[in-house]
Design a protein around this ligand. Structure first.
Ligand code: OOG
Length: 254
């Protein structure tokens, strides 16, 4: 374990990188972090932000696609936090100079209709969801060139930077839906099956992670289930994600 002081120092380093829009080097270059240490840094980072008035609005999952897991050489998903400061309205403008090297991913969002007690063995997270929506997640690793270890990216709040939620629709099965993401002259297509073989599996995996990492899940919070395709750069102009039968969501880079 690293010391509490090191946890605070590393959290402050990542916080400064984000606030000054300046990349930083992999923590692994100078520190040996265990996964538990990395989650402790993430918690300290979020505590700094909450201390400045940010409010937690939900959680996001990462590495839920096989391609991304293989790329990282890992077999476990990661969880990060969303805050109100990261939320951009559907169709709204997003200032690119807030970010170091932003990328965007198409996702499915779930909304929790009630508080969840992850420690309760009878909890069924799927039954706690009251709505689903198409979503965009903007990731912006604070590490130079997106070069990071598994522990680095956990500490860095899983690269989370901003998110956009489309219109909520009443809960329905979102497995095996075609997903299209277009922006910056590019178009990528995939399926919600890329998210752990169906986004509902992401919810199950989240419950397990929330239990082990003591992450509270509250009514009204958003769960971003993970990327359905590879990320594309976020650039000026429109970026749109469409999930078959669910809807579309967009944002305008300025
Ligand atoms: C880490 C975050 C990945 C996902 O959906 O897999 C992620 C990164 O690639 O920077 O959010």
């Amino acid at each position: 374990m690293i010391t509490e002081e090191t946890v605070r120092t590393l959290a402050a380093r990542l916080d400064t990188a984000q606030r000054t829009v300046t990349d930083t080097l992999s923590l692994a270059d100078t520190h040996t972090l265990a996964v538990d240490d990395a989650y402790a840094v993430q918690a300290a980072l979020l505590a700094l932000r909450e201390g400045r008035g940010e409010r937690i609005t939900g959680v996001k999952l990462g590495f839920t696609s096989k391609a991304k897991m293989e790329q990282m050489g890992v077999s476990e998903i990661i969880v990060g936090r969303l805050t109100d400061a990261m939320c951009v309205p559907d169709g709204g403008a997003i200032e690119l100079d807030r970010f170091i090297h932003p990328k965007v991913e198409p996702e499915v969002a779930y909304r929790l209709g009630r508080d969840v007690d992850p420690a309760d063995p009878d909890t069924d997270l799927v039954s706690c969801v009251d709505a689903v929506a198409p979503a965009l997640e903007i990731i912006d690793s604070r590490y130079r060139d997106f070069r990071f270890t598994y522990e680095d990216v956990v500490a860095d709040n899983t690269s989370a930077a901003a998110y956009v939620i489309g219109a909520w629709v009443s809960v329905q099965d979102v497995s095996d839906r075609a997903v299209r993401l277009s922006g910056a002259g590019r178009e990528v297509a995939g399926s919600t099956e890329a998210i752990l073989g169906g986004p509902v599996n992401a919810l199950r995996a989240l419950l397990d992670l929330a239990r082990r990492r003591h992450i509270p899940l509250r009514a009204g919070q958003v769960v971003l289930a993970g990327a359905a395709t590879a990320a594309i750069p976020l650039e000026s102009g429109e970026t749109v994600c469409e999930v078959d039968g669910i809807g579309r969501v967009g944002v305008r880079g300025v």
